[in-house]
Design a binder for this molecule. Structure first.
Ligand SMILES: O=C(O)CCC(=O)C(=O)O
Ligand SMILES: [Fe+2]
Length: 390
């Protein structure tokens, strides 16, 4: 038996036979209690074994502290899985304890964290909730443990990957973010335009995976990942209501000198997204702009060659993202297909999101960027397109 199994056994409560009752009624009660204790012991073993497996831990001693600490780990309660909870549900359970600060959750993990102002205050919640059925969670029995700051950092902060969403994220890399690029009224007006145009060209919405797309100026064909047949576009003109926004981009980002001739409107129902990609280099030139509306969503960026972990920005409604240079050609971007995002440890459920992507077609059908892993300039299809265009 290895050390970890020993530790699990230590953690499992022993069922005491010391006080076996003699009278019949007492005996029935005690049996029930013993069964309940046995069930708790089983659940506890499952919970701790799962945690050790998920985090590849050899020992629980390296992760939990025996002293009361500010941070409690709920070993067997995460977000999303069967029997999981939302941030709001956990807040409702813990907010009644003095000193409660916040709930921290992570995607895809079977555990979560609750932060208190002090260890003593955390201890009160611990004593009341540990190994007890929780009424707010269908009587699920919760297993709580204390974490030191280092242990919390190890479990929770390790994968922190959020970029600071200041106005210019990384100008040198060509990634710009402008919050509140349009007003709430403008957002409503744009949505109204989209609805109005719906009646004229309803058949020009295409479903791509779980999202819906519509093109103006030029169509984009997702099968060949290139400019598509003009008949697939809702209109070969950009909608006139959009021109003032192009002017505004130039005012806000004077370096922006593109003349977009292609607009893609996309509707993302909750749970939908777009896989990692770099917009075709030979279909579009070096600047891609995205205006977001509706629900906020996390967009991930990654540099495939460098093997860096993805990093994400939170696309708030009415914000604008501009990608140029390295961010446009050398990075991939994606919106994960999921129903929620995890922002600073909080689960934020998604509603419907709308985006408008502005691009300029690349007339030369050629790209000379140094990011060959993402560049389609030598693809067979693109070479053929170049030949055909003379
Ligand atoms: O909808 C978005 O925000 C991203 C769209 C996108 O990346 C694309 O259409 O290439
Ligand atoms: Fe894209």
């Amino acid at each position: 038996m290895d050390g970890s199994s020993n530790e699990l056994l230590e953690l499992a409560a022993c069922i005491s036979d010391d006080d076996l009752p003699t009278r019949r009624t007492e005996k029935t009660t005690t049996r029930r209690e013993r069964n309940q204790q046995y069930r708790i012991k089983k659940h506890r073993e499952d919970a701790y074994t799962t945690l050790m497996r998920v985090e590849n831990l050899q020992s629980l001693a390296q992760i939990f502290d025996k002293q009361p600490r500010k941070t409690i780990c709920i070993v067997n309660l995460g977000f999303g899985a069967v029997g999981g909870a939302t941030t709001e549900q956990l807040e409702a359970i813990f907010a009644k304890y003095t000193g409660f600060e916040r709930v921290v959750m992570r995607h895809g993990k079977p555990y979560s964290f609750v932060r208190f102002r002090s260890g003593d205050e955390a201890q009160i919640a611990y004593t009341e909730l540990h190994e007890k059925p929780c009424a707010e969670l269908n009587d699920k029995v919760l297993f709580l443990e204390f974490l030191t700051h280092m242990q919390f950092a190890y479990l929770a902060d390790r994968a922190s990957n959020k970029i600071d969403t200041s106005e210019v994220l990384d100008e040198s890399k060509g990634l710009y973010y402008i919050a509140d690029f349009i007003s709430e009224d403008e957002e409503k007006q744009i949505m109204q335009h989209i609805v109005d145009e719906e009646s004229q060209s309803a058949d020009k919405w295409f479903q791509v995976q779980e999202r819906f797309v519509k093109h103006y100026g030029h169509a984009f064909d997702y099968h060949i990942k290139h400019i598509g047949d003009p008949s697939m576009a809702a209109s070969l003109e950009l909608p006139s209501w959009f021109h003032p926004f192009i002017k505004r981009i130039r005012e806000r980002l004077p370096a922006y000198n593109a003349q977009p001739d292609q607009l893609t409107i996309q509707r993302y129902p909750p749970g939908s997204g777009i896989a990692f990609h770099s917009d075709s280099h030979t279909a579009f030139t070096d600047t891609v702009v995205i205006l977001s509306m509706g629900t906020p969503v996390q967009m991930d960026f990654r540099k495939p060659a460098a093997g860096c972990p993805p990093t994400s920005i939170d696309l708030m409604p009415r914000s604008l993202v501009l990608m140029t240079g390295e961010a446009r050609f050398g990075w991939e971007h994606a919106i994960r297909m999921r129903r929620s995002d995890l922002i600073d440890g909080r689960v934020r459920e998604r509603c419907e999101r709308w985006s408008i992507t502005m691009r300029t077609t690349n007339r030369e059908l050629r790209c000379s960027c140094p990011y060959s892993a993402l560049c389609d300039t030598n693809d067979v299809l693109v070479r053929k397109l170049r030949q055909e265009s003379g």
